[in-house]
Unconditional design. Sequence first.
Length: 427
Amino acid sequence: MNITKANGRDEYALIEKLKKRAGETDEKVTAIVTDIINSVKENGDEAVREYTARFDGGLPKKYVIEKEELASYLDEVDEDFRTALENAHANIYDFHSRQAQQSWLTTQENGVIMGQRVRGLKRVGIYVPGGTAAYPSSVLMNAIPARIAGVEEIIMVTPPSKEGGANPDIMAAAAVAGVDKVFLVGGAQAVAALAYGTEKIPKVDKIVGPGNIFVATAKKLLYGVVDIDMIAGPSEILIVADKSAKAKYLAADLMSQAEHDRLASSILLTTSSELARATSREVERQIKTLGRAEIIRESLENFGEIIVCENLEQAIDFANELAPEHLEMCVDEPLKYIGKIDNAGSVFLGNYSPEPLGDYYAGPNHVLPTSGTARFFSPLSVDSFIKKSSFIYYTEDELRKASADIVKLADTEGLTAHTNSIKVRFE
């Protein structure tokens, strides 16, 4: 990996490079996805079948898997995998259950009542990739907070295998997470079907879950027709380390993100030149044993960097500017710095809290803002699956007391019908 020294200029040029990596719109993809969306909107299931046969090589043996059948997949998977799923579910459920909000109301002595009603969305769609990017952990991370929020029905879509069947690991995760129904369809056509509804696939209120560029583009184009979680860019990790950190741990963690995608970024900020060199050597040593070495190497060469900083304050300032998806603090007394980290999707504290712990098991959600959007976006949570309505009750006397102020405000804005709505009650 390339090693540079922080100078207040070069490291910030890296941020601009990373933004360009994810911010470009592919006009050809947009045109293709627009055609797919319009076709599904107009022709429904017929269009979905046509695109499934074209892109997936054939139609699935079974189009839909009901909740009762999902449970049968738990007997098909490895017992240790099932146990791991259940243990991860317990941790994720425990963490997210603390996010649940309650409806509330307040009453005043004058008879005024106001409040807020909180309830889950009626129906949510979860997109789960297939093929080499089949991630059972994403099923848990998307479905569990939806279930806690009180979503009435959770619909999952996922591409069929080349043989026309379902991925048993994905189905087992869906069973554990409480998914209600699975449709074996993927791509932009699945997103469009969820957004508009077809005879077989029900219309949903929100679509969540990762996907390729066609899926991401479909979600972006359909936002407004349906709600979405976020437009996710390539995966990112930023590690801040002092001399107490271990080079072999740092190298392993950098590569754990680089293997996701050739566009993934893995950056190390350290106060130790010696640790920087040792980490670079460890990358070369460990990469030889890894299955996705080619992807890792290309990712690190194009979007990886080791930056030597003067002190941890300088490193944290850079971290807040970059606003990474994942931020590891591999420093002595990491809890001292949590209050200084303002912009990060998820923060991992200490040498024994590596990023994969959050990806799979600890409890916090792994659906995180990318490409610097942690400055204003939050991780997926129970809040992502609720809606709120406020309510107001005023007595005649209290409305009379407020009427002059309301009329003045409405008149100032030139909205005479608003003024009239108040005045007619007291003529």
